[in-house]
Ligand binder design. Structure first.
Ligand code: BG6
Ligand code: MG
Length: 228
């Protein structure tokens, strides 16, 4: 018997596809610095923090800069990135996500966001999903990046749910590892070849219902052990 009280969602690649905007912004920086940045390179940045992403980008370009310059570059990239996400609309929410979140709520399951992005609150606002999340833990409130479990452990703590009663939805390898380090169940969103070490892998939320979620976890019960 598995007891699930809360679900924690990564944002980028799980709730919305922001990778294309990150790509445009990092590519512009790379071009300015005089080297090419490909879509394949961009894959390496998924789930990785902003400064770590910059480090990977500079490694690809074979360049090194002092800390101050790197901070300015990350800031510049973010300004361009924000100019795109500012224009996001609810239509950009990935298929089935809103319905699944609503169904979880209707079934009494708590919902948290666990994202590395410092722009997470703005994105949730633009796609009008803030109201479906009981708590938001994002890049502004964590000091350790995934695969460190901090972001999910903080989410569980804020929700007043023990980690072993939480399920994490993630599209990045580092995110699934973070869930496992947190002693939570993990559901990979994407390719089983890449995320096969998660407890379950699904292609996305389109057609994924609480009933399917329950059968995936055997005789799952949905309970509330805490008085909130
Ligand atoms: C993660 C993305 O969710 O957030 C990464 O997958 C991104 O690609 C990271 O670098 C940090 O995002 P932001 O918005 O704080 O630059
Ligand atoms: Mg992600």
């Amino acid at each position: 018997m598995t007891t699930i009280e809360a679900c924690l969602f990564d944002l980028d690649g799980v709730v919305v596809d922001t990778a294309k905007y990150h790509f445009i912004a990092w590519k512009a920086l790379a071009e300015e610095l005089g080297f090419e940045f490909t879509l394949e390179d961009n894959e390496r940045l998924k789930g990785v923090s902003r400064m770590q992403s910059l480090e990977i980008l500079l490694e690809i370009g074979g360049l090194q800069f002092p800390e101050q310059e790197k901070l300015a570059m990350a800031e510049k990239k973010n300004t361009l990135y924000v100019s795109y996400i500012e224009k996001m609309t609810p239509e950009e929410t990935l298929p089935g996500v809103e319905q699944f979140l609503q169904e979880l709520r209707d079934n009494g399951i708590k919902i948290g966001l666990g994202s590395a992005s410092k722009n997470a609150p703005m994105i949730l606002d633009r796609i009008q999903l803030t109201h479906l999340f009981d708590v938001v833990v994002d890049g502004n409130s964590i000091s350790e990046a995934k695969p460190n479990p901090e972001v999910f452990l903080k989410g569980a703590e804020k929700l007043k749910v023990l980690p072993e009663y939480c399920v994490v939805f993630e599209d990045a390898i580092a995110g699934i590892e973070a869930a496992q380090h947190a002693n939570m169940f993990s559901i990979g969103i994407g390719d089983p070849e890449t995320l096969g070490f998660a407890d379950l892998v699904i292609p996305g939320f389109d057609g994924f219902t609480v009933s399917k979620f329950k059968s995936a976890f055997g005789e799952m019960t949905i309970e509330n052990h805490t008085d909130t």
